[in-house]
Design a protein around this ligand. Sequence first.
Ligand code: UDP
Ligand code: MG
Length: 328
Amino acid sequence: MASPKLSVIIPVHNESANVRPLCERLFPVLNRIGLAWEVVFVDDGSRDDTLDVIRSISTTEPQIGAVSFSRNFGKEIAIAAGLDHARGDAVVIMDADLQHPPEMIEAFVERWQQGYDMVYGQRTDRSDETRVKRGFAHLFYRLFSRFGEISLPEGAGDFRLIDRKGVDVLRTLGEKARFSKGLYAWIGFKDAGVPFVVEERRFGTSKWSFRKLFRFAFDGIAAFSTVPLRIWTYLGFLISFLSIAAALFFFVRTLLFGTDLPGFPSLIVSIMFFSGIQLMSLGIIGEYVGRIFAEVKRRPLYVVAERIGATAEVSNSLVPDNYLLRQA
Ligand code: UDP
Ligand code: MG
């Protein structure tokens, strides 16, 4: 079989009821596109018969493959495994629950063929979600764009197509606390959004509890910002500054009106001053921890999209593999 041009990665966790309906809708779309394709399921430690269903489909559809985890590692890791196993020149990531309409893949591929390396589905409304959840999602995007080192397009999720160049870079990013959405944005490349409406989950329930979403949001911010570590410097500075203002205030008041409780002002002022100093020193430690964190993530310094002219020949032997991309 010719090596596939288009790979579709689908992380699945207890989705046995969804796999068949998904395949029935997905395969005709892929056949219509006309490129050689494959589907890579990543079974993220399902406890139901998801893997058996996939196995039985694969007996009649040779383009279907699966990687099965020994336990549940989470969707982010499942996506990473999918990227490792996909062979296509373009890779599509989608959910198994039919919330991501397979027909969109045609639009993705069209954009890709126009030269976009990253085509993401952009959800136009979140009315399927509760108000609270939407509120938090919005808050997250606000916080992230304020403090994160990169900008995330709002409404863009994991449903997307990534060119081989991008996939190769993503695979070099070995960080363990993975926030894929951030990584997609971090690698850069020419991108385009295609609006779509999220459908209802077909069978089963969402695997994301509120607690998990919170954890996820925190992971996202922590992976792309050191502000939470450094904020204490400013707070400490502010408190120490206020303590000096308080000292002045007590001084003037004592001169004018005498003392009502001897010892109280000096106690308050020194408590404030020293808690400020302590916060500041935490913040300074935070500065260094932040740098250590940035170093241990070992992200490449830069990502090259293309080389032109004589430069294209020189660099290959000088630039470490990680930073290299296949020549287009
Ligand atoms: N998923 C996974 N591992 C997990 C949780 C979810 O592989 O630990 C898969 C799940 O099977 C589905 C996709 O990730 O294909 C999205 O999950 P879900 O629909 O529960 O999330 P939501 O749509 O509510 O964000
Ligand atoms: Mg879903």
